[in-house]
Design a protein around this ligand. Structure first.
Ligand SMILES: [Zn+2]
Length: 90
């Protein structure tokens, strides 16, 4: 089971950003960054939260630990479903 303090459900994405200064190279398509964002599903819709560079290693680790924990839950659930199915056939 994932450590509650390390539980963070989301997907890390990397993308460039356009600023608001007129005449900046980003207006021509050469974006700033890339910056890291965490795509999360919150209050019924998806959002992307900016992840500061200093926080990236921690966020990466939490996302990974959470994904592994969820994959394990799916496996355990499948085993339990199989056991339930067998019991139902007895
Ligand atoms: Zn710019």
């Amino acid at each position: 089971m994932a450590d509650p303090e390390q539980t963070l459900r989301g997907v890390l994405v990397s993308r460039g950003r356009r600023c608001s200064s007129a005449g900046c190279h980003c207006q021509e398509g050469e974006l700033h960054g890339p910056y890291t964002y965490l795509a999360v599903y919150m209050d019924g819709r998806s959002r992307t939260l900016y992840v500061p560079a200093a926080a990236r290693p921690i966020v990466e680790r939490c996302v990974e630990v959470t994904q592994r924990g969820e994959a394990l839950l799916v496996q355990i659930s499948q085993i339990n479903l199989e056991l339930l199915r067998r019991r139902a056939l007895e």
